[in-house]
Write a protein that binds this ligand. Structure first.
Ligand SMILES: [Zn+2]
Length: 256
């Protein structure tokens, strides 16, 4: 798990521009299929906003990354960690290329809901937050903590950007039939989305109650942790990162 640009990068781990793709230069450059030029501009704006805002909220040097905006027909050519392509329409972050990359589809999969003006930017900022977190070595954590961190971070960027976050949150199903700690993967796409939405609700509620400071705390805690984080330790880390009364607040939350 070398850092971006470390000497251990194998020769094949290099930026690989798909044939015919163009490049939009910015803090996070976007490689895009020419017919998606309009979308590339829109995403570039969200990327710039998220990149700067997360750097400020977390007080860290942003990681060197790039984004691929893939046309549907090229999805199978996108950089990825596994041999087989991932399901179409699902954005992801991969360190299989250098610099590490956000892979974004031309159209989000229909599993993303609710669909509001906030859906796409939140999704981009979620992946961007993964990129920030994975800019340093991170141990394994329960999936609720590993995904809460990017969900809360994306909500924090949305709050600063004046996106209609409240409207988005109000359209989330609050009782999908499981809690965050009770959620067990692998699950279908619908349940995965419900899980992510519960995390977004919890993240937004935590921001409301404790402010943004806990994000910086939890990122740094996770970077410093050197043993696999189990469920109990995860609750402890998050509760303490929230601050005074954090642990009690956390266990009092219905979705938790
Ligand atoms: Zn994620």
């Amino acid at each position: 798990m070398g850092r971006a640009g470390s000497a251990v990068a194998a020769p094949e781990r290099r930026e690989a521009t798909p044939p015919g793709y163009e490049r939009l230069d910015a803090e996070v450059p976007v490689l895009y299929a020419p017919r998606l030029a309009g979308k590339a501009g829109e995403l570039s704006g969200y990327l710039a906003q998220g990149y700067r805002t997360l750097g400020r909220i977390l007080s860290v040097e942003p990681p060197g990354i790039i984004a691929y905006l893939m046309a549907d027909e090229d999805w199978g050519e996108a950089p990825r960690d596994n041999a087989n392509p991932y399901p179409p329409g699902l954005p992801y972050f991969t360190r299989s290329v250098e610099p590490p990359a956000l892979v974004l589809p031309g159209d989000l999969s229909p599993v993303f809901r609710p669909r509001t003006a906030a859906t796409l930017p939140l999704t981009v900022w979620h992946e961007l937050a993964h990129a920030f977190l994975l800019g340093r070595e991170v141990v394994r954590t329960p999936s609720w903590l590993g995904e809460l961190v990017p969900q809360a971070a994306s909500a924090a960027v949305a709050r600063r950007s004046g996106l209609p976050l409240e409207e988005h949150l109000s359209r989330i199903e609050r009782e999908p039939g499981f809690t965050l700690r009770g959620f067990r993967g692998p699950a279908g796409a619908g349940d995965q989305m419900s899980f992510q939405n519960l995390l977004l609700l919890l993240g937004a509620a935590a921001l409301e109650e404790f402010g943004e400071g806990f994000l910086q705390n939890i990122f740094h805690d996770l970077w410093e942790e050197d043993e696999i984080v189990d469920g109990e330790r995860a609750e402890e880390l998050l509760g303490d990162a929230l601050g005074q009364g954090g642990r009690e607040w956390l266990v009092s939350r219905p979705e938790f």
